[in-house]
Design a protein around this ligand. Structure first.
Ligand code: IPM
Ligand code: MG
Length: 359
C-alpha cells in the first residue's frame, strides 16, 4: 500500500532545504521500493501571502490524510507585524494541535567530525547523545485564557496560562520513559516545582509513572539548573522530559552543544505515530535565498520520518550513514565550516548525500 508524504516547505530557507530532502526521499523511495507518494502544500508566511491565513483548510486536510509530514520552517520579518492569530507560527502550532502531535523528540547528537564546531570544549561534548522529549500541544503555549486586557487603571496587561492536565502529563511521560528504556535507562524530568503548581503536579505524575518503569532511573531537576547543567556537564543526561516552553528553550541550548543547530532533526508524533518532521532550526530569513543553508537537519528529519512513521528502518539508516560519509569527506556548509574543510552550498551538500547513497 502506498504511503503519503506531505512536504511543507514554508518560509525563509525552508524551500531550499526541503528541496534537497525531497531528492533524498525520492532516491531511497526507489532504492528501497517504499511506495511513497509525495504532495506539497502551503503553510506559514507562504500560505499567508497566497491565501491570507497561515494554515489553509486545504493544507490541514492534506496533513490529516498523510502518513507523515516533512516541514521546512515558518516565519520571517515580513510577517512579524501581523496580529498573533494570523502570524506564520500559528500555522505550525495549528498543525501540531490539530493533529495532536503531543510528543516532540529532539535528539542532540555530536557528530565526531564536528567536535570542533561546538562552542564548548571537546572533552565536555565528545560523544554527546541526548534526547529531549518536549510536550508539544499543551502548557503555556496553548493554555486559556490568554491575551492582552485593559485594566481599570488604564494600563494594559498581558497574560497567558500555564496548564497541564494529568492525562497530558502522563502520555508525554510514557513516551519519555519508553524512550529511556530503548536508550541508557536514565530519565531526567525538568520542572519548576519550587515555584509553579502546574509543575508540582508534573513531578507527582512522573514519580507515579516511575513505578511502572523500574528499569528506568528517574531524576528531577529545576529548569534553571538544567539550563546550567546542559552547558556544564551535558553528558550526565540521557533522556530529558519537559513541558512545551521549557522544552523549546532547552532544545535550542542542547542543539548548540553539538556545534550547529543546522544538524538537528526532530519528530512530532501523535498517539497513532503519525508524525510531522522538521529541522530544529528556524527559517533563518537572514540567509534565505542565498543557497548556503545547511540541509542536513532536514535530511536527517526525513530519516527520522522513515524510521518512526513509515517503518523503513533500512532506508533511514542509509540516509544517516550517507550524511556521516559526506562529513567524513570534509564537506561543510557555512554554519559548520572549519579550516581545512571544503565549503559547499545547500545544493552541493544535498547532491553529495545523494551520491553517498549510491546507485
Ligand atoms: C520550535 C519553534 C517554534 C516553537 C516556533 C516557531 C513557534 O521555536 O519548534 O522550537 O516555539 O515551538
Ligand atoms: Mg524553538
Amino acid at each position: 500500500m502506498s504511503k503519503k508524504v506531505l512536504l511543507l516547505p514554508g518560509d525563509g530557507i525552508g524551500p531550499e532545504i526541503v528541496t534537497e530532502a525531497e531528492k533524498i526521499l525520492r532516491k531511497v523511495n526507489e532504492q528501497f521500493s517504499l511506495g511513497l507518494t509525495f504532495d506539497q502544500a502551503l503553510v506559514g508566511g507562504a500560505a499567508i501571502d497566497a491565501t491570507g491565513i497561515p494554515l489553509p483548510e486545504e493544507t490541514l486536510e492534506k496533513a490529516k490524510q498523510s502518513d507523515a509530514i516533512l516541514l521546512g520552517a515558518v516565519g520571517g520579518p515580513k510577517w512579524d507585524k501581523l496580529e498573533m492569530a494570523r502570524r506564520p507560527e500559528k500555522g505550525l502550532l495549528g498543525l501540531r494541535s490539530n493533529l495532536q502531535l503531543f510528543a516532540n523528540l529532539r535528539p542532540a547528537i555530536l557528530y565526531p567530525q564536528l567536535a570542533a564546531a561546538s562552542s564548548l570544549k571537546p572533552e565536555v561534548v565528545s560523544g554527546l547523545d541526548i534526547l529531549i522529549v518536549r510536550e508539544l500541544t499543551g502548557g503555556i503555549y496553548f493554555g486559556q485564557p490568554r491575551g492582552v486586557r485593559d485594566l481599570e487603571n488604564g494600563e494594559r496587561q498581558g497574560f497567558n496560562t500555564y496548564v497541564y492536565s494529568e492525562s497530558e502529563i502522563r502520555r508525554i511521560g510514557r513516551v519519555a520513559f519508553e524512550a529511556a528504556q530503548q536508550r541508557n535507562g536514565k530519565l531526567c524530568s525538568v520542572d519548576k516545582a519550587n515555584v509553579l503548581e502546574v509543575t508540582v503536579l508534573w513531578r507527582e505524575i512522573m514519580d507515579e509513572l516511575a513505578k511502572e518503569y523500574p528499569d528506568v532511573e528517574l531524576s528531577h531537576m529545576y529548569v534553571d539548573n538544567a539550563a546550567m547543567q546542559l552547558v556544564r556537564a551535558p553528558k550526565q543526561f540521557d533522556v530529558l522530559v519537559t513541558g512545551n516552553m521549557f522544552g523549546d528553550i532547552l532544545s535550542d541550548e542542547a542543539a548548540m552543544l553539538t556545534g550547529s543547530i543546522g544538524m538537528l532533526p526532530s519528530a512530532s508524533l501523535n498517539a497513532e505515530k503519525q508524525g510531522m518532521y522538521e529541522p530544529c532550526h528556524g527559517s533563518a530569513p537572514d540567509i534565505a535565498g542565498q543557497g548556503i543553508a545547511n540541509p542536513l537537519a532536514t535530511i536527517l528529519s526525513a530519516a527520522m520520518m522513515l524510521r518512526y512513521s513509515l517503518q523503513a528502518d533500512a532506508a533511514a539508516l542509509a540516509i544517516e550513514t550517507a550524511v556521516s560519509q559526506v562529513l567524513d569527506q570534509g564537506l561543510r556548509t557555512a554554519d559548520i565550516y572549519a579550516e581545512g574543510c571544503e565549503r559547499v552550498t545547500t545544493q552541493q551538500m544535498g547532491e553529495a548525500v545523494l551520491a553517498a547513497l549510491g546507485a
